[in-house]
Write a new protein. Structure first.
Length: 90
């Protein structure tokens, strides 16, 4: 994933993984549900932007964010459709 968003060196990958792990442990400690994929993607973007703002492919990052935003309502619509079909069958 890191190579599509920004070019990572091993030390950058280590920092992204460590930052992601710390975020997950902290969120879990507070009982906050978080996505591991969202967390590591945010960490990779953070590492890339700390090197240089232009090192991040913001078009790719923006596409990922839009996919996240659209996932929740799309999942809700699919669940509603499945519920409706199930009610019609019974």
């Amino acid at each position: 994933m890191g190579q599509k968003i920004t070019k990572l060196k091993p030390v950058g990958g280590f920092c992204a993984e460590t930052g992601g792990a710390m975020t997950l442990f902290l969120a879990s400690g507070f009982g906050i549900p978080v996505s591991t994929t969202h967390t590591i993607t945010g960490s990779i973007i953070g590492v890339g932007s700390s090197q240089n703002g232009s090192a991040v492919r913001w078009g790719v990052a923006g596409s990922i964010v839009w996919a996240w935003v659209l996932t929740i309502p799309a999942s809700g619509l699919m669940a509603a459709l499945a519920w409706w079909v199930g009610r019609q069958i019974m």
